[in-house]
Design a protein around this ligand. Structure first.
Ligand code: ADP
Ligand code: MG
Length: 741
């Protein structure tokens, strides 16, 4: 399909205008020509979760015994009693059919990072010409989508091509609505015929189990009295609150930009005269159309039981953020996928496209997903809550030290799980955490660990009050530590915030890594403490002191409270011996390191083969992304930018000839420049064609040769954009895409 026909307004018949001009008119005319934005009732408690087969729905609709048994599995992580499935299936179907559902789908999460579904109808023929809605326990528990085209990194050969979806009872089923019908969606794990994980959910569940087991060994040591709340067997779950950054652009621009449409980011585009330097977008008044969109998104998510708490403009023009309340890691992961889906779906309703790419626009901030992470249970509370006097909170210090040790030991893995072609454009740029993994602890905790290093902690910097010097402002309780927005892994009061995750990622990978590395460190700590005390509680204090000192001495170099964006930090980090894997090609091999393989196997999170399959899949995805972008770059350079440039060149040349014929002088400076840049464009496009001629299969080559070759084409094109006559330029500009709202 040509660009002309994908431009909606052009297709609608605005005759002679160029696709770009048509896109501008349509975008500017949005509010005038579109129907008024539908007024939405305020989100309220009554709609929260109305499309979710939630615990309260189950409580109402299931026999008591069945409900109790299910809750044991959901809340306490106990084995699912398979006899409950038929009853649950029937209740679930009745509930869904009452809500208008005609179909059900097992939703699963393949290694692409996306969400996959295959729909089946509830209806079965009755034999007398009628139909009956049916849904058995077996259909609830297990499905067999083909799904053989999803990447498996070699796990699933054609001779063992079966793949099963298995009901995940811990993540609630829900209804997705469409104008023409509704579908019951059942979150599932996706495994091969051999039981190996083909998806992102299975390892999340396994890693949560590993974390729970090790966390209990620590809480048991500190439980006073034995048998009290601290000694509870309640499932210690990891919790996650992922903040999502995204861009919105008018759909007319999106359709007029083949790069946005296909690659999710602009491969060309000169900087707008004004970018984000005034910071006037950040936290600014939200434009009306965007606010309508946000209300709609939040209402939809609210009905799906996804609790959205925060919304605001982000730093770059056209960039926004949304943050949910935290939930258990598994549910948060599924809900995060729904968030991305709903953002994209609702944006279309308002004539916009939601971009979740990490770097849609060069020179402007990219988008991340800050994954807030902690662990705890209803009985133990949040195990990363330091209280007011962390130096006295030995259990907290052990958990915190375990995280420090885990991040230090597995910097490479943490970098690898946030590696992608998209995120490479963001990490290390001057707006996102660097590719160096370090931990920010904040003043109070950094001070406590300094004291531990020096022999023992005796005090905590108090929180104090914030005085502003204006009597009419209420006094504020000051946080014990400041924030650090430049750290990839920051302690933020009662949780860690992993800020290096890309905006287009599933949060599953980062959570699996965090859960598992912390489980391993908790195992290490528990073993040390158990050995040192030999069951004698009076020895615990000394043992903890010894353990903390040892960890901080061995792993303390990972702590960095300064400016992660600065050049000095790069120098300093190198001195400290910290890893700095700048690109995905550098980062992914960490997945093959022996300690990583052993760890994932030991805690039954990923077998060697499962881990290897992930490595291969991510390498392949990186290469495919670069290949598509290289193809697009060539195509756009040849069929859009080059033609525009030579049209302008001819216009200049004709003017020159005409003027000279009339006896005037003509300064050929601009013509010379255009001619030079046209040559650069041709040469660099030819060089890119050569660099990518073998199909981009080697990750190192993609990274070291193809991407730089693409950048050369972009340089020539962007320089042309700055001089070619504006009415000839074929692509919507940064200024138009970012500022016409
Ligand atoms: P900030 O701008 O300070 O980062 P936000 O309100 O944007 O704060 O986001 C904070 C995020 O941290 C929310 O998603 C919140 O649910 C999450 N969060 C809070 N406590 C926890 C916790 N114990 N475990 C995981 N996430 C948490
Ligand atoms: Mg935030």
């Amino acid at each position: 399909m040509s660009i002309e026909t994908t431009t909606k307004s052009a297709a609608n018949g605005s005759s002679s205008a160029s696709p770009r001009q048509a896109a501008i008119s349509a975008a500017v005319g949005y509010s005038a020509s579109s129907p008024p934005i539908e007024f939405l009732e305020k989100t309220s408690e009554s709609v929260f979760g109305e499309n979710v087969f939630s615990k309260s729905v189950m409580k109402k609709r299931l026999p008591k015994g069945i409900y109790k048994s299910l809750m044991q599995t959901i809340d306490a992580g106990e084995k699912l009693d398979s006899t409950v499935a038929d009853v649950v299936a029937s209740a679930m179907k009745d509930w869904a059919v009452e809500k208008g559902a005609t179909h059900y789908t097992h939703v699963f999460y393949p290694l692409t990072g996306g969400t996959a579904e295959k729909h089946d109808s509830f209806m079965s023929p009755t034999g007398d010409g009628g139909t009956l809605a049916e849904f058995s326990g077996k259909e609830l528990c297990q499905g067999e989508p083909d799904g053989s085209s999803f990447p498996t990194g070699g796990i699933r050969q054609t001779h063992e091509a079966r793949g099963y979806t298995i009901w995940d009872v811990t993540s609630p089923a829900y209804i997705l609505e469409n104008a023409n019908g509704t579908t019951l969606c059942i979150p599932t794990a996706f495994v091969s015929w051999t039981g190996e994980a083909l998806d992102k959910k299975t390892p999340v569940l396994r890693s949560m189990k590993a974390l729970d087991a090790q966390a209990h060994r620590i809480t048991k040591l500190f439980a006073i009295p034995k048998g009290g709340a601290g000694d509870s067997k309640a499932f210690v779950a990891s919790t996650a609150g992922p903040e999502q950054e995204y861009f919105l652009v008018d759909e007319n621009f999106y359709y007029a930009r083949p790069d946005l449409l296909t690659a999710g980011r602009t491969l060309f585009g000169a900087a707008a005269p004004k970018g984000q330097e005034f910071d006037d977008h950040y936290f600014g008044a939200i434009p009306d159309r965007v606010l309508s969109f946000m209300f709609d998104v939040e209402r939809e998510l609210c009905r799906l039981g996804v609790p959205i708490k925060t919304r605001h403009n982000e730093v770059a023009p056209g960039q926004y953020e949304l943050a949910p309340m935290f939930e258990t890691a598994n549910v948060a992961t599924d809900h995060q996928q729904l968030v991305m889906l709903v953002l994209k779906k609702v944006a279309k309703k308002y004539g916009m496209e939601c971009l979740t790419h990490e770097k849609p626009f060069a020179g402007l901030n990219g988008s991340g997903k800050h994954v807030n992470w902690s662990l705890g249970s209803s009985a133990h509370g949040n195990l990363l809550d330091p209280g007011d006097t962390p130096h006295e909170n030995a259990q907290f210090l052990v958990f915190c030290a375990a995280v420090i040790r885990a991040v230090y030991k597995h910097q490479g893995l943490l970098r690898a799980v946030v590696a992608s072609a998209g995120n490479d454009h963001r990490l290390g740029a001057n707006e996102a955490p660097p590719a160096i993994i370090s931990i920010f602890l904040g003043d109070q905790l950094a001070d406590v660990f300094d004291q531990i290093k020096g022999g023992g902690a005796n005090s905590s910097i108090p929180k104090g009050e914030l005085t502003v010097g204006v009597d009419t402002l209420p006094p504020l309780a000051k946080d014990a530590g400041d924030r650090n927005r430049t750290s990839p892994f920051a302690f933020t009061g009662n949780r860690f915030e992993f800020r290096a995750v890309g905006s287009n990622f599933s949060i599953a990978g980062p959570l699996v890594a965090m859960n598992t590395i912390v489980a391993e460190s908790l195992d290490y700590c528990a073993t040390k403490l158990e050995d040192a005390t030999g069951g004698d509680d009076s020895k615990l204090h000394g043992a903890v002191q010894g353990l903390l000192t040892e960890i901080i001495n061995e792993c303390g170099t990972i702590i960095f409270n300064g400016d992660g964006y600065s050049d000095e930090w790069h120098v300093e980090a190198e001195k400290r011996g910290l890893l700095n894997n700048k690109t995905t090609a550098d980062a992914l091999p960490a997945l093959q390191a022996a300690p990583v393989k052993e760890m994932f196997s030991k805690y039954n999170v990923l077998s060697e083969r499962e881990l290897e399959s992930r490595f291969e899949t991510y390498v392949e995805q990186y290469c495919m992304t670069v290949r598509v972008e290289a193809n697009l770059t060539k195509k756009m350079a040849r069929t859009m930018i080059f033609p525009a440039a030579i049209r302008y060149q001819r216009e200049l040349a004709a003017t020159c000839t005409d003027l000279k014929a009339l006896g005037y002088d003509f300064d050929t400076n601009t013509l010379d420049k255009v001619t030079g840049l046209v040559k650069d464009l041709q040469d660099s496009t030819a060089a890119l064609a050569e660099a990518s001629a073998d199909g981009c299969e080697d990750i190192r080559k993609c990274c070291d040769v193809v991407l730089p070759a693409m950048l050369k084409v972009r340089e020539a094109a962007d320089a042309l954009e700055a001089i070619v006559a504006d009415d000839i330029w074929p692509l919507p500009t940064y200024q138009e895409m970012l500022f016409i709202k």
